[in-house]
Design a binder for this molecule. Sequence first.
Ligand SMILES: *Cc1c(COP(=O)(O)O)cnc(C)c1O
Length: 538
Amino acid sequence: MDLSNPDKLALLSPFELKDALIQTAQTQRDRLMLNAGRGNPNFLATLPRHGFLQLGSFAMSESERSYIYMEDVGGFPKREGIEARFEIFATANAGRPGVRFLEAAVSYVRDQLGLSAGDFLYEMCEAILGCNYPVPVRMLRLTEEIVGHYIHREMIGTHPFVGQFDTYAVEGGTAAMTYLFNSLRENHILEAGDSIALGMPIFTPYIEIPLLNDYELVEVMIDAPPENNWQFTASELNKLLDPKIKAFFLVNPSNPASVKINDESMARIAEIVRQRPDLIILTDDVYGTFADNFVSLFAMCPHNTILVYSFSKYFGATGWRMGVIATHESNVLDERIASLPEDVLASLDARYHSITTEPRKLKFIDRVVADSRTVALNHTAGLSTPVQAQMTLFALFSLMNESDSYQKSMKQIFLRRKQALYKALGLELPHDANSVRYYHLLDLEILATRMYDADFARWMLGRLKPNEALFRLAEETGVILLPGRGFGTAHQSARISLANLNEYDYANIGLSIRKLASEFHAQYVMEGDKAKTLSTDH
Ligand SMILES: *Cc1c(COP(=O)(O)O)cnc(C)c1O
């Protein structure tokens, strides 16, 4: 790739750009590359993983109670007496990391959630052994109940919430998005030419997927500009009043800006939904667990909202591929399907008749399950059962962590990294109560103004070709940041992930940015001096 032509750089897609930046940063062999473009966390939750490994040991002892007369063959766990056998296992292995956690989990499930401890152990053993297809396909029975408690605690909290919701365990937020787009189209809820609103800036796939030939949706941008602290403005939200807009897709707390929607905008969206009861909301709240007292739009507008949650970021579990989709038992999606014209309903009857004799009673969320496996393979759909076992243990870990020590540690990691960055930049740490700090968006104009002055910022922005500063940073210092533009920001900005590197790396990134800024400033001063000399010559 020819990187010497700045006009070409402006044309690269975000993915090509990332590769080109890495290539540029690697030009000097003896220098370290600092890739702050990645959202993958470099920390992970340990205790629920210890629990998983111990559960595996216990499940093996269950299995090996059968076929003892054969080598390397085991059977299924037995429901009868499983609780007593678990207690013997826990006593024999007391002191091993994870055993105490499992005992606590069993007690919590029985004493706090009012579920059968034996049923729970049996479901978990069967799941971790992976010896049966996932049944029910949408989610294992107790897994759904326990993860439901977790979702309730983290996404709804103390907000009033009436009724139940259904969850579907999927292979991460990625699968949730893919499945939802597909089923919204297959069920004629979103059709080619329909308009959807996107809360901007946003995780890039939400911009790219609707434009694919599969969907051909029209995008309406609802902007959250930097001068409003990355919050939606009232006039932008008012765009949602247009009945042409079928759905509103957003990420909360946002990626890349990493701020949660403020209370005022949340209330305004809820009010708009009251005026527009047909509006569908898809809220991707994968960063919600990093925020204090988080309340999702799913809690505020349950009838209209599809919730997407992923365990990837909070538990450092991107490789597990673990997420959920949730919908309220009474929702606008099922209503929309029921009110489709008769001929369309007949075609949907034909689509789903292989899995139920009453296709019209099939809920939207169960259609998503069926569609995920091309309907005909519905009976072998569902998330891998060992993954569901680990998901349950993540959920229980969080539910039992009454002091929120894990969340406090997460917040501490991000705060210290951001402090290191700003200390090296020589600037005061900006404060925003709505920030969860997973990422940080450096707006170039604001940064240049704070480092020098507004005049210099104007001069610099007038000079810079799109992405030029990012390439100079990569070339001269080995630091990789992603352009905010790839996420749909109007201003020149850079996204720095605070999840992926160590504290001292962020200090080095701050120093590198400072160095580049001072080079630009030196050029600005020189050109200013030249202009002065010229004007006095005449
Ligand atoms: C990381 C991320 C995802 C993808 O999450 P996985 O569960 O790892 O697939 C989805 N949405 C947003 C906003 C993300 O930042």
